[in-house]
Design a binder for this molecule. Sequence first.
Ligand SMILES: O=c1ccn([C@@H]2O[C@H](COP(=O)(O)OP(=O)(O)O[C@H]3O[C@H](CS(=O)(=O)O)[C@@H](O)[C@H](O)[C@H]3O)[C@@H](O)[C@H]2O)c(=O)[nH]1
Length: 382
Amino acid sequence: MKVLILGADGYLGWPTCMYFSQRNHEVIGVDNYFRRQAGMELDCESLIPTPNLNRRAKIWQELTGKKIDIQIGDVTHYPFLLSLMRQYTPDVVIHYAEQPSAPYSMIDHEKAVFTVQNNLISTLNIAYAIKAVNLDCHLIKIGTMGEYGTPDIDIEEGWLEIEHKGRKDRFLFPRQASSLYHTTKIQDTDLLWFYVRTWGLRVTDLMQGPVYGIKTEESELDENLLTIFNYDEVFGTVLNRFIVQAIAGYPLTVFGKGEQIRGFINIKDTMQCVYLAAANPAASGELRIFNQVTETFSINQLADKVKNTGLTLGYNVEIAHIENPRVEKEKHYYNPTYTGLLEIGLEPHYLTEEVLIDLFNIVSNYQNAINVDTIFRGVKWN
Ligand SMILES: O=c1ccn([C@@H]2O[C@H](COP(=O)(O)OP(=O)(O)O[C@H]3O[C@H](CS(=O)(=O)O)[C@@H](O)[C@H](O)[C@H]3O)[C@@H](O)[C@H]2O)c(=O)[nH]1
């Protein structure tokens, strides 16, 4: 496969480039370095220093003999994207080139506009560029479980059959997000569903839960191949944050009651899922949706796990319940279905004690670089 990976410098983007390249696919990684710039602007850069994409691709080639092409540019600029599509005519486009943070989207008006503009225009441009160059190209987009929110009914994989006044039809599962970022992901799905129906695009939308972890098989080769790792309030996801907090002696920041439940996934399984989706493409004119999580936990359960592992390793870990800066349900029913990816071959890595110890060990190598000021800044939803 020839795979165009948009957002190649991000937490998932670079490991995905290596994952496909390792399996002998032709990979082109594209990024505009938004995350690096936002990290500098908000003083919340990656805990692990990561060389730029061109340098990482060079290191990868020296170690494996495999080439990853790097292109720096912004996919919201249509001529740039179209020329890439024409140059490479990929079989698969993986779209990670979105502003991925809920808190970032809630900071102020300027960042709200950026989030809407970046996430919707990038998705729209990709749909147009695929139609212009090769309608058969499979688009894999990372959606989010947050599109569904926390409804009081079971969450299906993307679709729901509804019977109304004696008639039945199949619709996208009702969506109600709890941040502007999550709302743009709903709008993305709607854009793609429209072009699937209208132009016959082939699309897989992966509704992913919060990801945790650092290493993937490929980054074991060299420290310089590790992905970016954020633990700050804006770009860090909750479990990664808790590990860093435990090591820094910062009480774990459980928001509100901590009974919020989410579906989680190890970064190694994200790689598998995206790969399985590419290897088993959606049909033309199909919007295929998978729920990309492997297990569910409440935030309290995660905090307890981190605390227990931390104590075993000799860290003095405390848990703090702080006033929730977000507007979200803190106690709710949560029962998502997530069997589709298992059916096409996913072999999950669950959150075991061993996985937690491994995370503690990697993060402890960078303990001196932890900036506790970035852990909590209190971006409020209202
Ligand atoms: O210090 C913290 C940070 C978070 N939380 C809670 O943990 C849950 C998850 O928060 P998160 O920051 O790990 O995840 P979220 O903001 O939802 O966004 C992340 O996870 C999403 C999947 S999901 O949450 O929508 O399923 C992805 O789409 C996003 O790109 C990724 O940044 C929330 O209830 C939040 O209130 C805490 O209690 N304490």
